[in-house]
Design a protein around this ligand. Structure first.
Ligand SMILES: Nc1ncnc2c1ncn2[C@@H]1O[C@H](COP(=O)(O)OP(=O)(O)OP(=O)(O)O)[C@@H](O)[C@H]1O
Ligand SMILES: [Mg+2]
Length: 340
């Protein structure tokens, strides 16, 4: 399939204005997703993954949050410029999102059938209720829910966690969106169900050509699911690479740490590697590389200068924000200056 860009995020900054000051939770990030592609964003808790997805959906809690710079282009339409009314049309129809805990997105007072049917009717004015119900049943079967007709009459609490997440996926795909954002879709589920849900998302991606932005803190999850991966740290992108490259040839010390901390079932290790220290609070960020205080390779310079994104391999689109690249890679900032 040819690589047509579906979503282009340019220089996005999303800031929270809190009592403690200005917190740039997403700090000038650039990335894109092609039509029909699965892209993963990985990173530890608090690095800005959810704020990135909420920014795309136009759902950043405001106040205290606000998109303070940049563009989010969906097929060239800048989502940051749309009114809430416009965004309501885009959500569900163009871009849909599933969350970590499906119970928070399903209304406990209504049956599954009621909620799915309503969601169909919102975007298909004039459709008969019976037809919407049939479409809901068809969608439930598609996401592998057993006894779909009976489930229509059930309330969310009567379903297991895995079944509820399947309902959420069905709901997200009802209007055949071009982009599905899945924010930690399997974190609340046990390992076997996790694997089933990821397999389902991959199948649906193939069948409907829905592009997927998969957000997770678990590199193990992305290994089997995605084509490309973006690693975030403290609001910034620190590495971007095709999935095979990230495991074979990781460049950023943070990515290397993440890979080392993935449990490998083939080797029974006594203790699992964990990266020392914690992610800095976004507001507290000082000069220099944000990862330097936790980095085994940090030199003096890393504490005073902020490294740009370097091109590791331009034909593979592999980038890393680390001075270790300086001998081999060309800084993307420098390149941009050169081509101006
Ligand atoms: N409502 C809010 N008010 C103030 N600051 C916020 C708010 N929501 C998020 N933040 C800030 O944005 C940062 C990034 O949060 P985000 O939820 O995107 O992290 P995450 O990468 O999704 O983490 P997790 O893996 O735990 O879901 C947080 O560290 C926090 O400082
Ligand atoms: Mg999150």
């Amino acid at each position: 399939m040819e690589n047509k860009v579906l979503l282009q995020v340019k220089d996005l900054e999303t800031t929270f204005f809190t009592d403690d000051g200005r917190v740039p939770a997403v700090d000038h990030i650039d990335f894109h997703i092609n039509e029909g592609e699965i892209l993963a964003i990985v990173g530890e808790s608090g690095c800005g993954k959810s704020v990135t997805s909420l920014s795309i959906m136009g759902l950043v809690p405001s106040p205290p949050g606000k998109i303070t710079s940049g563009q989010i282009l969906l097929n060239e339409l800048d989502l940051t410029k749309q009114s809430e009314k416009e965004m309501r049309k885009i959500r569900g129809k163009e871009v849909a999102m599933i969350f970590q805990e499906p119970m928070t997105s399903l209304n406990p007072l209504y049956t599954i059938g009621n909620q799915l049917t309503e969601a169909i009717l919102i975007h298909n004015k004039g459709m008969k209720k019976k037809d919407a119900a049939n479409r809901a049943i068809e969608m439930m079967k598609l996401v592998g829910l057993p006894r779909a007709e009976e489930l229509m009459k059930d309330y969310p609490h009567q379903l297991s966690g895995g079944m509820r997440q399947r309902v959420m996926i069905a709901m997200a795909l009802l209007c055949n969106p071009k982009l599905l954002i899945a924010d930690e879709p399997t974190t609340a589920l046990d390992v076997t169900i996790q694997a089933q849900i990821l397999k389902l998302m991959k199948e649906l991606n193939k069948q409907f050509k829905t592009a997927v932005l998969l957000i997770t803190h678990d590199l193990g999850v992305v290994a089997e699911t995605c084509e490309r991966v973006i690693v975030m740290y403290a609001g910034q992108i620190v590495e971007e690479a095709p999935i095979s490259e990230i495991f074979k040839n990781p460049q950023h010390p943070y990515t290397k740490g993440l890979i080392q901390s993935v449990p490998d079932m083939r080797y029974k290790k006594e203790t699992l590697y964990s990266i020392k220290g914690n992610v800095p609070k976004p507001g507290s960020i000082q000069t220099g590389c944000r990862f330097a205080p936790r980095c085994d390779f940090a030199a003096e310079r890393c504490f005073t200068e902020n490294p740009p994104l370097y091109e590791v391999n331009s034909s593979l689109v592999h980038k890393s924000r680390c001075f270790l690249q300086e001998t081999e890679g060309i800084s993307i900032a420098e390149r941009a200056v050169e081509s101006r």
